[in-house]
Write a protein that binds this ligand. Structure first.
Ligand SMILES: Cc1cc2nc3c(=O)[nH]c(=O)nc-3n(C[C@H](O)[C@H](O)[C@H](O)COP(=O)(O)OP(=O)(O)OC[C@H]3O[C@@H](n4cnc5c(N)ncnc54)[C@H](O)[C@@H]3O)c2cc1C
Length: 386
């Protein structure tokens, strides 16, 4: 059952084959060294997997979100961590949907060919957190440049990206009718920006996730790097979130299957009291429970994918998929850890690493409470709570 095939088997087999060249020992060592999985990311880019959603006219294969999520799922299911690369999948979407023809021609073919990385998106700020419309980073137009000042936090993969999508305020909050107006999106070329108005300070954290504080001190961005219309940037970012959430749901599903496979294997092998521990209902039932939750979350993930690929609204389904999958993978992580007893804590079993990695997704890119708030307000018609 765990390995039953589906209509995406060809992609699954190809990604699994690539991942098999990067076994547990590879990711364990990368984690221990707090390093970036360069060789793995290079192999994914070389094989074209991270360009999956770039349309054919820009040199990509033009696959849907469904296929893109299968790629991410398989990476995590193989024991890897898509967190090192998933930005490349969804950040280019902002450019594709809202960028000018010239921007698309300039960047997308190079991204599709693997010559440019667009791994980073800078939204979160230290003093305003989830209350995004209050963000304080400003971009002020001066002639043919925007001058950016402010601070961001938790901005991932900066040190392994060429480009970054930046959300900054271009009209003060006090001067806009709607608080979501007056923010704009920019493409920041990190190769020019770092050291010339942009300072990057890495944040040591629970997982081996390259994430940073950013300090903008009169960073100059050419006006041609403004994406879409000035003042409509918040909408452009929101438009990309459904893909991001659904991709991350699929990563959690991949983690979930990985935990279940490991738990089942160990429960069958480990002999205590002269029998496999998996013969005890106290051991097998929680594994079955966690598996059911992952299967259910997976249905919502494919529902979100189908709607997205059909061009239909999918905000509710993308949020629900992310919520269900992050919860299910965390439950599977706990069960896997418990099934392994003391050995679950040993680095060489990789469970503690995946346990830490999957925990992130109840906080980022959107925390569970904010998903509840979205469903309460936008689906159920309850009063806005903030
Ligand atoms: C490893 C990592 C990588 C990240 N990468 C990026 C990135 O690349 N780019 C980027 O822009 N951001 C990134 N983030 C930031 C991430 O999106 C935020 O951490 C997340 O959205 C939560 O925001 P916050 O940390 O500011 O929490 P806060 O907004 O301070 O909230 C703290 C807690 O309070 C709860 N809360 C707040 N307000 C309410 C409310 N009204 N009702 C109920 N509960 C509430 C939240 O749910 C949360 O649990 C990353 C974060 C991490 C940890």
């Amino acid at each position: 059952m765990l390995n039953q095939s589906d209509e995406h088997q060809e992609i699954r087999d190809a990604v699994r084959h690539l991942c098999s060249q990067f076994p547990d020992e590879y990711f364990r060592k990368i984690d221990e060294q707090k390093a970036y999985p360069e060789a793995f990311v290079d192999a994914l880019i070389e094989a074209g997997w991270l360009a999956a959603m770039i349309p054919e006219e820009y040199g990509g294969p033009g696959l849907g979100l469904t296929e893109a999520t299968v790629i991410m799922e398989e990476i995590n299911r193989s024991g890897g961590n898509s967190g090192a690369v998933h930005g490349q999948m969804y950040n280019m979407g902002t450019l594709l949907r809202s960028g000018s023809a010239a921007q698309k021609q300039k960047y997308l073919p190079a991204i599709a060919a693997g010559r440019l990385r667009i791994q980073s998106m800078a939204v979160t700020e230290p003093t305003t957190g989830t209350d995004t419309t209050k963000l304080k980073t400003t971009a002020v137009r001066k002639g043919d440049r925007y001058v950016v000042n402010g601070q961001k936090v938790w901005i991932s993969r900066i040190q392994h990206s060429d480009l970054m999508i930046l959300l900054a305020r271009t009209t003060p909050l006090a001067d806009v009718k709607k608080k979501s107006d007056g923010m704009s999106v920019f493409i920041v070329d990190l190769r020019d920006a770092i050291g010339h108005g942009l300072t990057v300070r890495p944040i040591a954290n629970l997982v081996n996730h390259e994430t940073n504080e950013l300090f903008f001190d009169n960073l100059e961005i050419p006006v041609e790097n403004l994406v879409g219309e000035e003042g409509r940037g918040f909408k452009y970012i929101l438009d990309g979130l459904n893909a991001e959430r659904t991709l991350i749901a699929a990563e959690c599903i991949g983690d979930g299957y990985w935990f279940i496979e490991r738990a089942v294997r160990y429960a069958n092998e480990r002999i205590v009291f002269d029998r496999p521990i998996g013969r005890n209902q106290g051991v097998q039932f929680p594994i079955a429970d966690a598996y059911i939750e992952i299967e259910a979350a997976n249905l919502m993930r494919f529902r979100a994918c189908a709607l997205f690929d059909a061009g239909q609204p999918c905000g509710a389904q993308a949020n629900m998929a992310k919520y269900l999958a992050a919860k299910a993978s965390w439950e599977a992580a706990n069960v896997c850890m418990q099934t392994h007893g003391g050995f679950g804590f040993a680095n060489e079993y990789d469970i503690e690493r995946k346990f830490r990695e999957t925990r992130l997704y109840q906080v980022a890119p959107i925390s569970t409470n904010l998903i509840f708030a979205y469903i309460a307000e936008h689906v159920l018609g309850l009063p806005r709570s903030f």
